[in-house]
Design a protein around this ligand. Structure first.
Ligand SMILES: Cc1ncc(COP(=O)(O)O)c(C=O)c1O
Length: 373
């Protein structure tokens, strides 16, 4: 095919996609990446950290980033690596827990991301739901009543997918005792530290809690990095033992983790984003997202929608029995929102591209849509 034709097809496909800058995507947790991140992701597109010895430069970037992010979530002398995203990090953490304990039960809040179902299925483990309290956080008493000898792992969420809630990780840790404890901070990992710095929210949710053994944290969500920029952090380097295999044909003796070839252009992209934005840059973004979240709640009250909970992070859901029909109608009007089922609600993630102007347009279109419904 002549390159003009290839390019034409690629452009045509690109035009079909929704783009964050158009301001009509209100249900995604992904960033519009920083320009510098996009540029350096492309430059490092042939790198493969699955074969680290060939890419000492990229490996250096990864190490430095892991060290920066570890510091952000108070992990000292731990271990971490880039993975494909929250799903891979969650699966890998459960893989470690199963192999360290030789047990198969996972206790997870009902609000856990669906990747936990994949983890349990793939690993031949049993996923046991722990009910939520009135604030949609894992109910500590319910957890306590489910702790038994055969539990391999307990997991909690710091920034849940549907409502942005944070489970009481310190309390969970006290109940879990020596059981492996995983924290899914895929979304919250780049929000909560800055909410704390801004004095908006405070909680004990990261490696400051001694019982926390592992964490998922995505930079392609609130980290303004390119996809796929997931991170898995482990409290203890020795935890990689059960997830590493001999890799004789590669430049390292052992290959660690689920993936062979690993996302590596994304490491350079994430490095560009993290280093150029710095703590101050992320703090500003989080401050803006929270301002806009409050603005959205105000505007939605005016249209007749009540938030399910007072938002903790920039994820907010509004109660309605008509969520599916509203979503479909907004879709017809070119707006992408999402829905949740328990409770029935429409859900909006107030990412940095969801500005006040976008919120004003959105609530106007929504009012219109409600009339036609
Ligand atoms: C809390 C949480 N964990 C895990 C994931 C899965 O992340 P990914 O889609 O990057 O695999 C998500 C995705 O939205 C999430 O919100």
């Amino acid at each position: 095919m002549p390159s003009e034709e290839v390019e034409r097809r690629l452009r045509e496909a690109y035009e079909k996609d929704f783009h964050f800058e158009d301001g009509h995507v209100l249900g995604s947790m992904c960033s519009k990446p920083e320009e510098l991140a996009v540029k350096y992701h492309a430059l490092f597109s042939e790198a493969n950290l699955g074969n680290r010895g060939l890419y000492p430069g990229t490996a250096m970037l990864e190490d430095e980033l892991i060290s920066d992010i570890s510091e952000l979530v108070h992990l000292r002398n731990g271990w971490g690596q880039f993975v494909g995203g929250g799903t891979e990090a969650n699966i890998t953490a459960m893989w470690i827990a199963r192999n360290l304990s030789g047990k198969k039960k996972i206790l997870a809040p009902e609000s856990a991301h669906f990747s936990m179902k994949k983890a349990a299925d793939l690993l031949g483990m049993e996923l046991v739901d722990v009910p939520l309290d009135d604030g949609y956080r894992m109910d500590a008493d319910a957890l306590e009543s489910r702790i038994e000898e055969d539990v391999a792992a307990v997991m909690g969420v710091a920034g849940s997918t549907e409502l942005g809630t944070v489970d009481p990780i310190d309390e969970i840790s006290g109940i879990a005792g020596d059981i492996f404890l995983h924290v899914d901070a895929a979304f919250g990992g780049m929000v909560l530290p800055f909410l704390e710095e801004l004095g908006i929210w405070r909680g004990n949710w990261d490696f400051r809690v001694e019982g926390v053994d592992s964490m998922s944290l995505d930079l392609h969500k609130m980290g303004m990095a390119t996809v796929p920029s997931g991170i898995l952090l482990l409290r203890n380097r020795e935890y990689v033992g059960p997830i590493s295999v001999e890799s004789p044909y590669l430049t390292t003796e052992r290959n660690i983790g689920l993936a062979g070839t690993r996302p590596s252009g994304a490491v350079a992209g994430a490095y560009a984003a993290i280093k150029s934005m710095g703590r101050e840059g992320y703090r500003d973004i989080v401050r803006r997202c929270m301002d806009n979240t409050r603005y959205l709640v105000e505007k939605m009250w005016a249209v007749g929608f009540e938030p399910v909970i007072e938002p903790v992070t920039n994820v907010v859901a509004f109660r309605t029995d008509d969520a599916e029909r509203i979503r479909a109608e907004m879709d017809r009007k070119g707006w992408k929102i999402s829905v949740i089922r328990r409770p029935r609600a429409i859900r909006i993630v107030v990412m940095p591209y969801v500005t006040k102007e976008v919120i004003e347009q959105f609530t106007e279109v929504l009012s219109d849509a409600l009339k036609s419904l």
